[in-house]
Design a protein around this ligand. Structure first.
Ligand code: FDA
Length: 389
């Protein structure tokens, strides 16, 4: 069988690419259904884009690479598509757009777009091998227990990253890239909870509070959640993408507040109060109790010198933590790294060294923040590639 374009992966990027590529396109996926990550995303409502999308919200060895695709297929373009399909949506916090109904509406919308574009989709199809010759690509597939050989002028890698192997994530795009000599930026889990030695935060498990989590590279004002195994919540997931093993992160437990002023005010008006009681006016009591030993919050607030107050406030506004690790690909929302952008055209996503080979979506070394950015990269890179085909 011959096709103009064979797209490996019927996820967000692959379906968007196919809808733009049009007739002569075959999309294959080993899953039972297309867009499984879309289906479960955003708590089942799909945070499909973000009004604040701009290149600075993406991590990559080349931070300029994503600019062209994001500018040529924007969050407004995707929103326009959503509206044309009559899908009701709303803006949550921080520019995040969600479906009012179900995430499956986005999958259905992309399926419809592919259908209208005359694209064929094969599910439950495994990729056995890929070869490249003068006439294009020869791909051996296994479908319904039979081997099928597909020849294609162009091959698009859209099989995503390694996150959530239980949902069928594989390193296929990386393997094929390696086979063709394309450089890889070492993949690692991103948007992932931190783990700490057992029991470190057990007594706080379930507690959430607004914080600023940061390191020298970035900082995020969002919620943090204590868990039995460590720390989670949007602020932690965001900073995890900027974290490497062994490094520290700093957590401001009361962003926008002046804990030194809180303690000074207590000292001048309620001097016999315990420092922990004064701090519990602005911080969760459980958390203050947890930190009381380390901060030596004993005695009366009246006994605290200015220097002690400054030291306590500094420790709480810059709580230094060294995570033991992360939860890994099991729960990571994305995979950082991937096919190096140095190998690809930022306009078409085609590999310079292998004409006809393209890579899009999460498989590429472009990773967005939490909040709809990763889908926007899938839509933008998919559209750039599909239009170029
Ligand atoms: P994606 O992973 O979507 O698709 C890859 C496809 O390739 C899959 O259909 C898979 O079955 C197929 N495949 C893989 N290996 C294969 C193989 N060997 N053979 C054949 N097929 C193969 N982002 C966001 O912006 N907003 C959000 O709300 C969320 N929410 C969210 C929740 C959860 C739980 C996760 C895990 C992730 C998110 N994300 C997100 C991230 C987002 O889902 C992700 O960045 C995009 O789906 C990436 O799109 P791709 O098309 O590149 O890969």
């Amino acid at each position: 069988m011959f096709v103009e374009t064979l797209i490996l992966g019927a996820g967000a990027a692959g379906m968007m690419c196919a809808a733009h590529a049009g007739p002569g396109t075959l999309v294959v996926d080993h899953a039972k259904a297309p867009g499984e990550k879309i289906r479960i995303s955003g708590g089942g409502r799909c945070n499909f884009t973000n009004m604040g999308v701009e290149p600075g919200c993406f991590l990559s060895e080349n931070p300029h690479f994503c600019k062209s695709a994001l500018a040529r297929y924007t969050q407004w373009d995707f929103l326009d598509l959503v509206q044309r399909h009559g899908i009701a949506w709303h803006e949550k916090t921080l520019g995040q757009l969600f479906c009012d109904g179900k995430a499956t509406q986005i999958v259905a919308m992309l399926m419809r777009e592919m259908q209208d574009a005359g694209v064929e989709l094969w599910l439950q199809t495994a990729v056995l091998s890929v070869e490249h010759g003068p006439d294009g690509f020869t791909v051996r597939l296994e479908r319904e227990g039979r081997e099928v050989v597909v020849r294609a002028r162009r091959l698009v890698l859209a099989t995503g990253g390694r996150s959530i192997p239980k949902m069928g994530a594989t390193g296929l795009a990386y393997d094929i890239s390696r086979q063709f000599g394309l450089e890889l930026v070492t993949p690692r889990p991103g948007l992932v909870p931190f783990t700490f030695p057992e029991g470190r935060f057990a007594e706080l498990a379930g507690l959430a509070l607004p914080v600023r989590a940061g390191n020298g590279l970035a900082g995020f004002d969002e919620a943090m959640l204590f868990t039995h195994r460590g720390l989670s919540g949007p602020a932690v997931l965001q900073i995890s993408s900027y974290w490497h093993e062994g490094e520290a992160v700093q957590v401001d437990l009361a962003p926008g507040q002046d804990l030194g002023a809180v303690l000074r005010a207590a000292r001048s008006t309620r001097g016999r109060q315990a420092p922990a009681t004064a701090l519990a006016q602005v911080l969760p009591q459980k958390l203050v109790a947890h930190l009381a030993g380390a901060l030596k919050l004993d005695g009366n607030v009246a006994d605290l010198s200015d220097a002690r107050i400054d030291a306590i406030a500094a420790a709480l506004h810059r709580w230094e933590l060294v995570p033991q690790g992360t939860e890994g690909y099991r729960t990571a929302e994305v995979t950082l790294g991937g096919i190096s952008t140095a190998a690809l055209s930022s306009k078409t996503m085609e590999a310079a060294a292998v004409p006809g080979l393209y890579a899009i979506g999460e498989a590429v070394d472009v990773t967005g923040w939490l909040g709809g950015y990763n889908f926007q990269w899938a839509w933008s890179s998919g559209a750039a590639c599909g239009r170029a085909i």
